[in-house]
Design a protein around this ligand. Structure first.
Ligand SMILES: C[S@@+](CC[C@H](N)C(=O)[O-])C[C@H]1O[C@@H](n2cnc3c(N)ncnc32)[C@H](O)[C@@H]1O
Length: 259
């Protein structure tokens, strides 16, 4: 199945902040409470060890993704959360719970041009599919130009099952799971159960995310098309115990990192 890059609400700069934040909170719940990224941490740790860093610069962090959960497993590095449209209330809350190990940048950080002073392995969870091939290459090229490691993880995948079934499944799951999403505000309940904007937006964006996801073959093509000398790329896909999901990953790091 070919990659199709349809419209996502979340990509629109005019998309109301209230909906964007409710949506990224939902994604944090899925990314941290569902077993979709259970196999991600050893890959991040390998990238950190290969690039001699104990810092993570998380890009496109949204509501923070799975980081708090990772910390609970004993992950000891510092994590900096960043986003082009930061969800400050969510990352603020997570930073508080992260007790100094998680910090966040209030200003907008574009994943295609990360400030050089932000040193550490770059990570992207559930967000690489937001970028068309030119931008996706720019993200990889920026990491290479600044000689940093990068680890990308997706839980969506292109296949017939998701093409046919993921839209109604995600819609239904949003109704069922919303009481478990923090913070459980009046606004969340209103925009889910009274006027179901959030389930509709999540179902649409989730379905489109499946169709946009880069397969391991696509990721290999992307890294082949960027300029890099002596970078190692590890690309693969691991099954996860959630219907329709799989963890596709890309890890890139300089072959000979100076300490
Ligand atoms: C699917 S959401 C975030 C998912 C989050 N990493 C998680 O695991 O829950 C994608 C995020 O990418 C951000 N984003 C979109 N374009 C971006 C860009 N060019 N640079 C940085 N962030 C961007 C959006 O604001 C949004 O928060």
């Amino acid at each position: 199945m070919k990659r199709i890059h349809l419209f996502e609400w979340e990509d629109q700069s005019w998309f109301p902040v209230v909906f964007r934040n409710l949506l990224t909170d939902n994604l944090r719940y899925v990314g941290s409470k569902w077993p979709i990224f259970d196999q991600a941490l050893p890959i991040v740790e390998k990238g950190m060890s290969k690039s001699n860093t104990d810092q993570v610069i998380d890009l496109c962090s949204g509501g923070s993704g799975p980081w708090l959960e990772f910390l609970n497993t004993g992950f000891s590095a510092s994590v900096k959360l960043t986003d082009k449209f930061p969800n400050l209330s969510a990352v603020g809350l997570v930073a508080e719970k992260g007790k100094g190990q998680i910090t966040y940048i209030k200003e907008s950080v574009d994943a295609t041009d990360v400030p050089e002073k932000m040193q550490g392995i770059r990570t992207l969870f559930m967000s690489f599919h937001h970028f068309k091939p030119d931008m996706a290459k720019a993200i990889l090229q920026d990491a290479v130009n600044k000689n940093t490691a990068i680890a990308i993880f997706e839980s969506t995948q292109r296949n017939t099952f998701n093409l046919l079934l993921s839209l109604p499944m995600i819609f239904l799951m949003t109704f069922i799971c919303t009481p478990l999403v923090k913070p459980l505000t009046i606004s969340r309940l209103f925009w889910t159960y009274i006027i179901p904007v959030i389930p509709l937006v999540i179902a649409w964006d989730g379905w489109v995310s499946h169709l946009r996801t880069y397969s391991p073959e696509d990721l290999n093509e992307l890294v082949d098309s960027i300029e890099h000398v002596d970078y190692i790329w590890e690309i693969g896909k691991k099954s996860v115990p959630v219907p329709g999901s799989a963890m596709t990953y890309l890890l890139g790091y300089p072959r000979n990192q100076k300490s």
